[in-house]
Write a protein that binds this ligand. Structure first.
Ligand code: CMP
Length: 143
């Protein structure tokens, strides 16, 4: 146990690729930021242009990323989304919908912003994904 958190919970969080190399102390903060939700197929999870900033990790099921009405990516368990608004504060760059019934971990942006100050491994992964996705979106605009 890391200060009141059962070891099964720590293990559960360590199975999420984004959190694999986070310290137990870091996991404690993430647990406080996290809620798990089940959603039905076709639920809109984030909508392009809106200004919410939570980060989502897919635990089960798949999601479609839709930009300007076109599907740009399918996301699968272990993938995350919502990092652009979390890191940058800009409106959502795309709509993400549940392609199947899903289980998601929702991470509150205020708590996650604090976690990121102490956990560079998470920050690096979010930045790498952000860079890759921004480039992909630029390509889809110029093509
Ligand atoms: P955000 O802009 O906060 O909300 C929409 C999310 O969709 C965005 O963060 C990314 O997580 C995700 N996203 C946007 N464009 C792409 C892309 N080309 N490939 C994968 N995911 C994307």
């Amino acid at each position: 146990m890391a200060r009141g958190i059962p070891s099964e919970v720590i293990k559960h969080f360590h199975l999420v690729p984004l959190f694999r190399s986070v310290s137990k102390k870091g996991i404690r903060s993430i647990v406080q930021a996290a809620t798990e939700v089940d959603v039905r197929e076709n639920t809109v999870l984030v909508r392009e242009g809106q200004t919410d900033r939570d980060l989502f990790v897919i635990l089960r099921g798949t999601a479609n990323v839709i930009k300007d009405g076109k599907r740009v990516r399918e996301l699968v368990p272990g993938d995350f989304f919502g990092e652009l608004a979390l890191l940058h504060g800009a409106p959502r760059s795309a709509t993400v919908t549940a392609r199947t019934d899903m289980r998601l971990m929702v991470l509150g942006w205020r708590e996650m912003s604090i976690v990121l100050e102490h956990e560079p491994t998470i920050a690096k992964q979010l930045l790498a994904a952000m860079a890759e996705r921004v480039r992909a979106n630029e390509r889809s605009v110029t093509n």
